[in-house]
Design a protein around this ligand. Structure first.
Ligand SMILES: Nc1nc2c(ncn2[C@@H]2O[C@H](COP(=O)(O)OP(=O)(O)O)[C@@H](O)[C@H]2O)c(=O)[nH]1
Ligand SMILES: [Mg+2]
Ligand SMILES: [Zn+2]
Length: 297
């Protein structure tokens, strides 16, 4: 019998494929190994199931995208989780993660957690900043159970990666949404040094999957050209063609549409600062150093 499904876990040469008939343990057919196409978590596959109900992977659908660490393919959405406090929101990190996602063709959204600790309307300000840029923003409190229904709804039918600093509440949120108990708590104790060895597993939510991406915040945007960076900031991309100089870097040129938008408040200060910071960094990378996106550099 042939079945279609999604690989949700891989351990010791076995793949666990979620199908209409439940989760089926499979081995990859020899051919994939010879071609060095190893099945990975997230792959949409066709499997053949024998009478004894163990299966083998017959076909891997072309991947829309993939991450190396953790190794997961076909990610539809990156949910960046930030906290109101403890740890405080790091907008330059949020912006960097949004750009890494966009570069991989993954839609980014923001979840502002610990809203129960919000004493100065911080959540509203952040929400406004990122909604202006065109991102969806969810304000939640895992502690008080606020905003979780909306968030869960957003995950439906997709593979969603959760990313963000340790301690922002990713595990707490995922535990509440999936009903599967995940390790939470004092992250300085729990997560340190752990993310290279941990097996990634897609966890089912309604008709979608979620997973945590420890270490995602350490990825860099180095395979983007400095001159193209602004295109990854949707609110800056709107200024396309409006600057006095073609090829304007939006940093030091006169009559720059981006800088006028910044002065008018149409581009938030923190977003512009993130841009300049990344721009200066990317400018130092030579073209020949770029383009290696397989993580082996
Ligand atoms: N006040 C408050 N604390 C929270 C909230 N969500 C998580 N926490 C706490 O923050 C700490 C880190 O949470 P955890 O889910 O482990 O974060 P992770 O490192 O992102 O997975 C834990 O002590 C949680 O109880 C929230 O919405 N409000
Ligand atoms: Mg965690
Ligand atoms: Zn400009």
């Amino acid at each position: 019998m042939l079945l279609k499904g999604t690989i949700i876990k891989g351990i010791g040469g076995f793949y666990y494929v979620d199908t209409n008939e439940g989760i089926i343990e499979c081995r990859a057919r020899g051919k994939f190994r010879k071609n060095e196409i190893l099945p990975m978590v997230g792959d949409k596959v066709e499997i053949e199931v024998s009478a004894t109900s163990s299966g083998s992977v017959k076909k891997i659908e072309e991947r829309a995208n993939f991450l190396i660490r953790p190794a997961v393919s076909n990610i539809d959405k990156l949910m960046i989780v930030a906290a109101i406090t403890n740890p405080a929101p790091d907008t330059s990190l949020i912006d960097k993660m949004l750009i890494i996602a966009a570069k991989k063709g993954i839609k980014g959204s923001l979840c502002i957690n610990k809203s129960d600790l919000d004493t100065s309307n911080e959540a509203e300000k952040l929400k406004d900043c990122y909604e202006k840029a065109g991102y969806r923003v969810f304000v939640t409190s895992a502690e008080k159970g606020i905003g979780l229904e909306e968030l869960r709804h957003e995950l439906s039918g997709k593979i969603t990666a959760f990313a963000g600093l340790s301690g922002v509440g990713k595990s707490s949120i995922l535990t509440l949404i999936t009903g599967k108990e995940l390790e939470t708590g004092d992250t300085s104790r729990i997560e340190r040094g752990k993310h290279t060895t941990r097996h990634v597993e897609l966890i089912k939510t309604d008709d979608g999957y979620v997973f945590d991406t420890p270490g995602f915040s350490q990825l860099e945007v180095e395979d983007i050209k400095a001159s193209e960076l602004w295109e990854y900031f949707p609110e800056m991309a709107e200024c396309n063609g409006l600057c006095r100089f073609r090829g304007c870097s939006h940093v030091s040129e006169p009559d720059c549409a981006v800088k006028s938008a910044l002065e008018k408040g149409d581009i938030p200060q923190s977003r512009y600062e993130s841009y300049v910071k990344m721009y200066e960094k990317l400018k130092l990378i030579k073209d020949w150093e770029r383009g290696n996106t397989n993580g082996t550099r």
